[in-house]
Design a protein around this ligand. Structure first.
Ligand SMILES: C[S@@+](CC[C@H](N)C(=O)[O-])C[C@H]1O[C@@H](n2cnc3c(N)ncnc32)[C@H](O)[C@@H]1O
Length: 231
């Protein structure tokens, strides 16, 4: 993967960035996503935010080597503090982090959100708490995808601020749109997770020390939901 050839995961994220966007890619690491989108002429400008020094330098190098310095600003910053009002950002990507981390970045930086930005989120797990945050902060999920790459399941969640929307507990768990679409990748993902949950429940039953009832009940409920989903 590089700034020309993105991974399939980042390629699918790129597909949700609107043409002409002013993109903030937070947790940009190597900066491949904003540089690839600039090279393709898809976006107008980008901010690549990084909290850690090594990836910050890597992003600077990618930008420099691609002569993108006037259009891609690399900033050493925690979360959304990379964004300034004068950037007039219209899309924010947060990819390759846990869903809880993405949620925490959005929550602690919410004063920097104008409400006009499209959020393109690619959590590695923790999708449920992330969707919960989106719902509680007036975001509607516009698009969802599940894809598998290198034996990992990845989800992409695209959201925009809209009139308030309420999702059920199952919708927050599986994804409201994925629940309707039931793509082959989505079904395969949940078949794998069901096998895992069933194994966990068997391990609980054999455990020497009692597992808290609440924990068992939670996993059992999830296994029931998945079984019903796949029925
Ligand atoms: C696994 S990499 C993902 C890189 C790229 N977004 C991708 O999807 O390929 C996660 C990156 O997020 C950065 N990161 C984690 N927390 C962050 C925060 N609060 N603010 C900015 N960057 C953060 C890490 O330093 C790391 O480089």
């Amino acid at each position: 993967m590089n700034q020309q050839t993105l991974s399939m995961r980042l390629e699918r994220v790129a597909a949700h960035v609107p043409a002409g966007a002013r993109l903030a890619d937070i947790g940009s690491d190597h900066g491949y996503l904003p540089v690839a989108l600039m090279r393709r002429g898809v976006i107008a400008m980008a901010v690549a935010g990084e909290v850690a020094l090594t990836p910050f330098y890597a992003a600077e190098r990618t930008v420099r080597e691609n002569a993108m310095t006037p259009w891609v600003s690399v900033r050493l910053a925690n979360g959304l503090t990379a964004i300034e009002p004068e950037d007039a950002i219209t899309a924010i990507s947060l990819c390759g982090m846990g869903g809880e981390t993405i949620r925490d970045i959005l929550d602690s930086g919410k004063a920097r959100l104008s409400g006009q930005e499209r959020l393109i989120l690619q959590p590695n797990g923790g999708e449920q708490p992330l969707r919960q945050w989106l719902m509680e902060h007036g975001y509607r999920i516009l698009c969802e995808e599940v894809l598998q790459e290198n034996l990992f399941d990845y989800e992409i969640i695209v959201a925009e601020r809209a009139e308030s929307v309420t999702y059920t507990a199952e919708e927050l768990y599986f994804g409201p749109l994925q629940l309707q679409a039931r793509s082959p990748a989505f079904v395969a993902k949940w078949q794998r997770i069901l096998r895992l949950k069933q194994q966990i429940l068997r391990n609980f039953a054999q455990a020497r020390q009692a597992v808290p009832e609440q924990k068992v009940e939670e996993i059992a409920r999830q296994a029931r939901w998945i079984t019903e989903l796949l029925a």
